[in-house]
Ligand binder design. Structure first.
Ligand code: CAA
Length: 486
């Protein structure tokens, strides 16, 4: 790409500028027209689209603006730059009645949010999507791609920069997760565990030393993290865990027990583990520990063969007299269950975003297909039965995205978001499953074939209805909140 200096020089009227303009002419022109017409919210929306579409949009426009001969381009550049300088949240969704104004939500995308979306999209489309079929077929762990995501700040999006992260907000996390998941769901699973399940809890409950030691390594993409809550006999009923951490006279804990379905378990360097320190106290007898998988007493079982997200490695792990030091305790003793639940609230926003990415990929493939594929003398998209499916896919996809952004926005505002995260995850995962199902149906034989990614989307979508709380658990969380009954 040309440098700013090169592009701004008058004596180089610039093939690059013309290439740039011809590619983005429609979108820049649309922004200019809305600005000229004084239509503020439409202008904002067009500007947002332009930033999403144009790589390095703000920088390029700053270069273009000064001497460009086309007034329309100058106006558009002004509008886009004003948008980037004063990116104000755009009130597109209000979730609650006026009696609860604090639950209202407003959002638009800032330039930073659109930039991280763009970075994620480029890596997803250029590196992840082309290799997705290989990793799905072989089940290999995509370490190089994960490191690349880490180097670009995508393994610690909400992690403050002083701990090696990107220092962004939950909305940025949603936007980036959607892009990566649209490239390949398995990559986004690994990304979501590192971001939401691993870093989140340590940032909220960890000591300064724990943040420096564990969060930095994961956020920078140098190591992989995992989260160990589920056991062979306890999934949804998480408090029924049997893994024991017995406190010794010297303050250390001796840990024994098994954990199952550990995402990234086969490759994780560090794990956030939940174990019973006081079984008589039930949920209040659970504590969280930081585990170093290089230490004695930690063992990995076989990697699980899975229906989908096959490149995300999953295994059982076992502790046999593993000794945790007093400073390996995360948060206070007995607070582990609340830490796990808080972390899962955030995690559910990540899984909702993943579901949206899978659904969007299936939807976009379907849109292209129904325009091209002909039957009975016309594109199949012209048939009302197909059109109804497309309309329903679009509605479910948009609803899922808006609900997920609402949950992320509330999290960013430090408001409670447990119910909203459950609503988002439930809606998005069921939308993904439904959309992937319709996409396969519309593609018919080609949808069933491994020559196209539709069957992979279909297999990958299913897990979003299962992990980080099944759809049944999301309904339970929502209904308990709404009724006050349990
Ligand atoms: N935030 C903070 N605290 C919470 C909370 C939340 N969201 N939800 C509950 N708590 C607290 C409660 O306030 C209560 O505290 P007190 O004892 O002080 O009153 C305590 O936790 C116990 O709460 P409940 O009585 O509501 O607990 P419960 O036994 O009825 O379980 C549940 C509630 C919602 C069903 C919960 O067990 C649950 O979410 N289960 C699903 C577990 C899950 O999602 N597993 C996924 C595994 S991880 C995974 O999939 C990762 C991966 O690999 C990708």
């Amino acid at each position: 790409m040309a440098s700013a200096r090169t592009l701004s020089r008058d004596d180089q009227p610039s093939r690059s500028i013309n290439i740039f303009l011809s590619r983005y002419r429609d979108i820049v022109g649309a922004a200019a027209r809305q600005v000229k017409g004084g239509r503020r919210s439409a202008a904002r929306a067009c500007c947002g689209k332009a930033f999403a579409a144009i790589p390095d949009g703000a920088d390029r426009l700053r270069m273009l603006r000064p001497g460009h001969p086309w007034p329309g381009v100058r106006r558009a550049a002004d509008a886009l730059l004003a948008f980037s300088n004063h990116a104000r949240p755009h009130p597109i969704y209000n979730s609650a009645s006026a009696s609860k104004p604090e639950r209202n939500v407003e959002f638009g995308f800032t330039e930073e949010q659109l930039m991280i979306q763009d970075v994620a999209r480029r890596i997803a489309q250029e590196k992840i999507a082309p290799s997705a079929e290989h990793y799905d077929r072989t089940g290999e762990f995509p370490l190089d791609n994960i490191k690349l995501l880490g180097e670009n700040g995508l393994m610690g999006i909400e992690v403050p920069t002083e701990y090696g992260g990107a220092g962004m907000d939950p909305v940025s996390y949603v936007l980036a997760m959607v892009e990566v998941a649209a490239g390949d769901a398995a990559h986004s699973t690994i990304m979501s565990v590192n971001n939401s399940l691993f870093c989140n809890g340590i940032l909220t409950h960890g000591t300064e030393e724990q943040k420096q030691k564990y969060v930095r390594a994961i956020a920078e993409g140098a190591e992989i993290g995992a989260f160990a809550l589920t056991e062979p006999q306890s999934g949804s009923d998480a408090t029924a865990m049997r893994c024991r951490a017995v406190k010794q006279a010297d303050g250390t804990y001796v840990i024994n027990g098994k954990k199952s379905w550990i995402t990234s378990g086969p490759v994780a360097k560090y794990i956030v583990l939940f174990a019973m320190t006081d079984p008589d106290k039930g949920a209040r007898g659970i504590s969280a520990f930081m585990i170093d998988t290089g230490r004695a007493g930690f063992h990995r079982g076989k990697t699980e063969p899975k229906l989908g997200i096959r490149a995300s490695a999953t295994c059982e792990i076992e502790f046999a007299d593993y000794v945790a030091q007093p400073d390996d305790l995360l948060g206070e003793e007995g607070h582990g269950f609340k830490i796990a639940m808080g972390v899962l609230d955030a995690g559910r926003i990540g899984i909702a975003s993943q579901a949206i990415g899978i659904a969007r990929a299936a939807y976009e493939a379907t849109l292209a297909y129904v325009r091209e594929r002909k039957a009975f003398g016309q594109p199949i998209g012209a048939f009302q039965m197909t059109q109804a499916k497309i309309a329903d896919m679009k509605c479910k996809l948009d609803a899922a995205l808006l609900l997920t952004l609402r949950a992320a926005w509330l999290k960013g505002q430090k408001q409670k978001f447990t119910t909203e995260a459950a609503v988002a995850k439930l809606t998005a995962s069921e939308a993904a499953m439904w959309i992937a199902h319709q996409a396969v149906q519309i593609h018919a034989g080609m949808g069933y074939s491994k020559e196209m990614p539709l069957e992979r989307y279909f297999r990958d979508a299913k897990i979003t209805e299962i992990y980080e709380g099944t759809s049944e658990i999301q309904r339970l969380v929502i209904a308990r909140h709404e009724t006050g009954l349990r």
